[in-house]
Ligand binder design. Structure first.
Ligand code: NDP
Length: 239
């Protein structure tokens, strides 16, 4: 396998994204460690070592996205990992502003970043896009027994609907880029102990384990799936 492969992980200064960047670097990639805070990006890249490089990137700032895209000539793997979950209420407690804020990062920014890096990805012989979604976005799991949470919970409406929109876009990117050899897939990382919701989540697992799922999708062979939704362990997640 060529050892000049390049990857970008957004929001890689901590949490799941940090471990995805670390594992891709261990696979031999030059990894651009995206962070909206330059200092934390530099520290994360230094901790990963090897071919990790800090990249200033605030995914919700179009100027920042454009500047980052100008710096990268060719990209083999884009991991859209940056995400937020600022409001936990059901739809009745969720204002439009909560929706807008959540969608800015989890949906609109993914489109902004993906489209900005498409020229670089098109220079790859094996372009891969991994969108870090959530099993809580599965409409099937929301209404049936599932490994993520009790069915019938309508909480975290802004977050879950944003990731459902991300899943829809994953399907559409998968369809439209298939002829060019792209594999575009969504990942359900499972419940992980990170800063995402600001308080400890019961039964949360190791974020490093979730990162293995992202790497599997980043390394998909040419006959691998596209436009799919997969758990960190590789099993398919229902929409
Ligand atoms: P963290 O809060 O630990 O990490 C989120 C990362 O996203 C941080 O690096 C954060 O940067 C970054 N980020 C947020 N907004 C921006 C922005 N505008 N520009 C650039 N970076 C940004 O959470 P996780 O590691 O848990 O989350 C990673 C992904 O996994 C998210 O998409 C999340 O929705 C998803 N996920 C997580 C689950 C879990 O249980 N933890 C379950 C299902 C999905 P900063 O440090 O500057 O805030």
């Amino acid at each position: 396998m060529k050892n000049d492969r390049t990857a970008l992980v957004t929001g890689a200064n901590k949490g799941i994204g940090f471990h995805v960047a670390r594992l891709l670097a261990a696979e031999g990639f030059t990894v651009h460690v995206g962070s909206r805070d330059p200092g934390r990006g530099e520290r994360a890249a230094a901790e990963i070592g090897g071919r990790a490089r800090p990249l200033d990137l605030d995914v919700t700032d179009p100027d920042s996205v454009a500047r980052a895209a100008e710096r990268i000539e060719r990209l083999d793997v884009l991991v859209n990992n940056a995400g937020i979950s600022p409001s936990l209420g059901g739809p009745a407690e969720t204002g439009v502003e909560d929706l807008r804020r959540t969608y800015e990062t989890n949906v609109f920014a993914v489109v902004e970043v993906t489209n900005a890096f498409l020229p670089a990805l098109r220079r790859s012989s094996r372009p891969r896009i991994v969108n870090v979604s959530s099993g809580t976005a599965s409409l099937t799991w929301s209404t049936h027994p599932n490994p993520q949470f009790p069915p019938g919970s309508g909480r975290s409406a802004a977050y879950r609907s944003s990731k459902a929109a991300l899943n829809a876009l994953t399907v559409l990117y998968g369809l439209t880029l298939a002829d060019e050899g792209f594999k575009v897939n969504a990942l359900a990382p499972g419940r992980r102990a990170t800063d995402l919701i600001g308080s400890p989540m019961p039964d949360a697992g190791d974020p490093a384990e979730a990162a293995e799922g992202a790497v599997r999708l980043a390394l998909l062979p040419d006959d691998g799936p596209t436009g799919g939704f997969f758990s960190w362990d590789g099993s398919a997640v229902p929409w």
